[in-house]
Design a protein around this ligand. Structure first.
Ligand SMILES: [Zn+2]
Length: 428
């Protein structure tokens, strides 16, 4: 008997997992599939490496090396400074003293192993991943470590994000979208490549393994605290992490051993690029079309650059709008000044450097406290999505992945791109 099935949130149709399915076959609006596990409660598989200790709630068929698990602890100093009694920090990154060993210093290291371990082992295609930076770093790290072919597509601005503390193996290739390209241009380039023979898409928010992988943050916190958090704070780009967190809270409600209180989502973006925050706060179900130049200019002004998805899965069924609605959630706009202050505050009180995106989440928590959206004794989960990058780079030698080809945004959006890609990738 299979450990799980995939169920469409729109029509309820169920599918056995072939390791690749992203969507429902029925003719209806775009909707996510969710995993439904036969076993309603999970037990920790401590003998498995990293995040695979949550194997019971991961849609995977094998175990991969090189990834780590989130580490949850109850904050004392930052908690006291903020006037909270029950602040749990879900730390994703590198912090040896806390037993946190994500070598990429990012919680994207929770997505890559589960996505890759969902693919049948005997499959020979190359997975294509478009990334604004840290997702790409995580996939490159895990693929290199496990000899899995990867084609990574990123905006050139993010090339310095693709580093590792071990040299990359040849099975990992990098393409850059150059010129004034952003993440969205990288996504468009990747979409062209997956149409070629031998390549397949990672799937983004539609991939159940990506979401269940990220959801281990909520599992870890709930397991550590003994119940589902009242509030969950995370910075978002696409919002996939928010969707994943909510889905996980539903699974824990189904388990029954973690309380019956619904978790409230608090999702944040970095001003001035705040399409999800603005859309939610205006009560809209669809994100109004963004002017490309305006959006790129706004992204340029943010300090948390990876939160820069111009086409987030907001209005799809089971997407960001639906999970915010179901959780009676909130969204926040956090300025660069608030982010820098939050980063300094965290390092001062908790003792490790964190990434700007984690600073966005802390900035939103500070706003929530000021706006009385949380109570002093509420159980609050704060997802520190990346930390210890400075530390890991100080303790180790760092290697960068060099692009083997670049395309400008004009080329990517021009008519000749398919021919150019075929010339490179298609064996005739
Ligand atoms: Zn369906």
């Amino acid at each position: 008997m299979n450990r799980y099935v995939l169920r469409c949130v729109k029509c309820g149709r169920e599918y056995e997992d072939d390791g690749f399915r992203l969507r429902c076959d029925e003719d209806h609006e775009p909707a996510v599939l969710r995993t439904v596990y036969t076993k309603k409660s999970f037990s920790l598989q401590e003998h498995l490496p990293g995040m695979f200790k949550y194997y019971d709630l991961l849609p995977v068929h094998r175990i991969l090396e090189g990834g780590a698990a989130p580490v949850t602890y109850k904050s004392e100093r930052l908690s006291r400074y903020l006037g909270l009694d029950n602040l749990y920090i879900i730390f994703n990154g590198y912090w040896p003293e806390r037993n946190a060993f994500m070598e990429t210093a990012s919680f994207k290291e929770l997505e890559a192993p589960s996505v890759l371990a969902r693919i049948p082992k005997d499959h020979h295609g190359t997975i294509v991943v478009a990334s604004a930076g840290n997702t790409g770093r995580a996939f490159a790290h895990i693929c290199s470590r496990n000899h899995i072919p990867l084609l990574l597509v990123i905006p050139e601005d993010s090339a310095d994000q693709i580093w590792s503390i071990k040299p990359f193996r040849d099975n990992v290739k990098l393409i850059c979208a150059s010129g004034s390209s952003d993440y969205y241009d990288a996504i468009k380039l990747a979409e062209q490549i997956i149409n070629l023979d031998g390549f397949f898409p990672e799937g983004g928010a539609f991939n159940v393994a990506r979401r269940d992988g990220m959801a281990t943050t909520v599992l870890d916190c709930s397991y550590g605290a003994g119940r589902i958090p009242d509030h969950y704070f995370q910075a978002i780009g696409s919002g996939t992490g928010g969707i994943a967190a909510w889905e996980c809270s539903l699974k824990l409600l189904g388990d029954g051993g973690y309380g019956q209180k619904r978790m409230k989502l608090h999702l944040s973006q970095n001003y001035p690029f705040v399409p999800i925050t603005e859309t939610w706060n205006r009560g809209l179900k669809n994100i109004p079309p963004l002017d490309e130049e305006d959006a790129k200019m706004q992204i340029h002004e943010t300090c948390a650059k990876v939160l820069s998805n111009r086409q987030p899965p907001y209005s799809i069924r089971g997407g960001v709008y639906d999970v915010l609605t179901a959780s009676s959630g909130y969204t926040y706009s956090v300025t660069n000044e608030e982010v820098f202050l939050a980063m300094r505050t965290f390092e001062e009180y908790e003792g490790i450097d964190i990434c700007p995106e984690a600073g966005v989440a802390i900035g939103s928590l500070i706003q929530a406290i000021q706006q009385k959206k949380v109570e002093k004794d509420d159980l609050i989960a704060l997802n520190i999505t990346g930390g210890g990058e400075r530390r890991v780079k100080r303790d180790n030698e760092v290697y960068f992945l060099e692009p083997f080809i670049k395309f400008t945004d004009k080329e990517i959006n021009g008519k000749g791109i398919r021919k150019k890609l075929e010339d490179i990738f298609v064996v005739r």
